[in-house]
Design a protein around this ligand. Sequence first.
Ligand SMILES: Nc1ncnc2c1ncn2[C@@H]1O[C@H](COP(=O)(O)OP(=O)(O)OP(=O)(O)O)[C@@H](O)[C@H]1O
Ligand SMILES: [Mg+2]
Length: 223
Amino acid sequence: MIHAHHITKSYRTALRRVSRKVLDQLTLDVSAGERIAIMGPSGSGKTTLLNLLSSIDTPDEGTIVVDGVTLGGMSQQEILRYRNHQVGFVFQFHRLLPQCTLWENVLLPTLADGKPSAETLDRGQALLERLGIAGVQHQFPGELSGGECQRAAVARALINAPKVLLADEPTGSLDRANAFNLMELLITLQAETGITMVTATHSHEIAQMMQKTYTLTDGKLTL
Ligand SMILES: Nc1ncnc2c1ncn2[C@@H]1O[C@H](COP(=O)(O)OP(=O)(O)OP(=O)(O)O)[C@@H](O)[C@H]1O
Ligand SMILES: [Mg+2]
């Protein structure tokens, strides 16, 4: 499902003008329906890797194929389709729009296609139920707890039934009990939908909930 081969990515710092290789000939293959964790020290390149997989950023070298789509060289329309339909993202902070209700936020990835279908609306409502936030869906993020907002971010990531879920410290802003709870829910949803899941995390507890844990050090992944 995910094939990232010989990926190299360097950043040049504005101040020092030196280039630092964050990912160095990294290779990652993830099968369909698999859920994996990526651990590694702060600054090791976990977010960088997820940004490449989500086509937010491009590698200097290497090829990335996700769900049959070769990233790089896509048209604007193909990129939009990829980001809205094939992959879902959850970040450490929910990044909900404060001026929209939870329900409106959940529907954001559907807007590019015009009016959401009845099937999409049903899926969204079912997700809100499963995530325990149906009762607060007409409230605004500012009126809700961090945990509730993060649940809405999960619903937003899954609204278009993507094949791949990329999560960058998805529970990093939650307390331990809330984090564990949300991960359990995510894994139940993952098992039901068969979505492929890549989670960057600092938590061994969360990594243990995945089927495989890779460690990112010196620009490479090891099992
Ligand atoms: N846009 C950028 N410009 C320059 N350097 C960057 C940029 N993005 C990331 N870096 C550098 O790349 C390295 C890897 O960063 P990254 O955010 O991928 O690490 P991480 O493993 O996600 O860390 P954390 O666990 O703290 O989230 C860091 O040294 C960071 O400073
Ligand atoms: Mg990070």
